[in-house]
Design a protein. Structure first.
Length: 381
């Protein structure tokens, strides 16, 4: 058995990222295939404990402590450094080690693993807090909410499990503006979420599509672009193409964004008419998955009214396969449903949505093999 495990480890050590992910998926399938009924029940019904104890460990600073010292440390020492009860600390550390979140290297002795170091990062800790404090109340009421709504698909930003979970009649993003503690988790988590992931510009066709483009005209408009990271990625991918690069978002978001050479900031709500006319690209990253179809059509229609025959909408979103969807993509889909009444879409659903808006998709280029991260190109019908 040890030799089999070691051979798999040696194979993984030499493999590229795609192969490692394929191996991880296969091993996960194998693990589930070998489960006993009791194993299955434990895996499913006790799942919430893992997130709760991870949040406790974040609060106690355990992940940062183990990652900082980079050597084995006893539960007694951890208790002394955190001020928590030694018996409680030992139980928490034992749990974390059993789920391979930290490493156990002796009786009552633990050290950081690569998972520990991930969870010591500020963005990851914000993600834990966001899901524990924001998503947990929503998930608690989801079964009852769906039953009361006769198991109809959730398709309204104003009437979804989120409103029941937080006792509000406001849509999420409006409500969140008045929740500083939750925003303190959400913003850094979102800023960190795409780090290390494949980059959309690798499948773009800027040089081919921008031949002869008049540099006096708007080139790239990032609609709802946050702090401007996508404008920077565009500039780096197309440094020789002249034209205005414009970052659009609400003023309170732009106030938090740094200033960069060659990037204009413009206050804009994408539920109002698009003020920049005739740009080559109107770019939307992870905007449309936040809204049900009818609201997406409104967003698209406002952009379409400003487009010329040369304009292209670039939509950077997941395209979920019809079969064999990755578990992370299906998690995202149901998270969008619960919090926003929206969805992650399949290719068929994207084509239907764009057609409803009066547009046609000319190309879909998938650059994230497992989640289905894709660049969708669309033009006026």
């Amino acid at each position: 058995m040890d030799e089999l495990v070691n051979s798999i480890q040696r194979f993984a050590d030499k493999a590229d990222d795609v192969t490692r992910r394929q191996l991880s998926s296969s091993l996960r399938d194998l693990s589930v295939a070998f489960e006993s009924p009791n194993d299955t029940m434990h895996r499913i019904v006790y799942q919430p404990i893992e997130l709760a104890i991870t949040q406790v460990a974040v609060d106690l600073g355990i992940f940062r402590l183990l990652s900082r010292i980079e050597k084995p440390i006893s539960a007694q020492e951890v208790a002394g450094k955190t001020g928590a009860d030694p018996v409680l600390i030992n139980r928490i550390l034992r749990f974390l080690a059993s789920f391979r979140i930290i490493a156990e290297c002796g009786e009552g002795v633990f050290e950081a693993s690569h998972v520990t170091k991930t969870l010591a990062e500020p963005g990851a800790q914000a993600g834990v807090g966001h899901h524990f404090y924001f998503f947990n109340p929503i998930l608690q009421i989801l079964p009852k909410w769906l039953k009361e709504h006769h198991y109809q698909n959730v398709s309204s930003s104003f009437d979804c499990p989120f409103q029941r979970g937080f006792n509000t009649d406001q849509p999420l993003f409006l409500w969140m503006q008045h929740q500083p503690e939750l925003l303190g988790y959400f913003v850094p988590f979102m800023n960190d979420y795409h780090k290390g992931k494949p980059v959309w510009t690798t499948v773009a066709r800027f040089d081919e599509q921008c031949q002869g483009w008049n540099g006096e005209r708007p080139l790239f408009v990032d609609v709802g672009g946050g702090i401007g990271s996508q404008c920077l990625e565009f500039q780096q991918a197309a440094p020789k193409i002249a034209g205005r690069v414009i970052l659009q978002d609400l003023q309170q978001t732009l106030d938090q964004s740094p200033t960069h050479n060659g990037i204009e900031k413009m206050t804009h709500d994408f539920f109002t008419p698009q003020p920049i006319e005739g740009a080559k690209y109107y770019y939307l990253r992870n905007i449309l998955h936040d809204y049900p179809d009818n609201r997406c059509v409104q967003i698209l229609n406002h952009i379409m009214s400003a487009m010329s025959s040369e304009s292209i909408i670039l939509i950077n979103e997941l395209v979920v396969p019809q079969m064999g969807a990755h578990w992370q993509a299906t998690q995202m889909d149901l998270a969008m449903m619960c919090a926003l009444g929206s969805m992650e879409r399949t290719e068929r659903q994207w084509r239907t949505l764009l057609a409803q808006a009066g547009m046609k998709i000319t190309r879909i280029s998938t650059y994230g093999l497992f989640m289905g991260d894709s660049l969708i190109e669309a033009v006026l019908e």
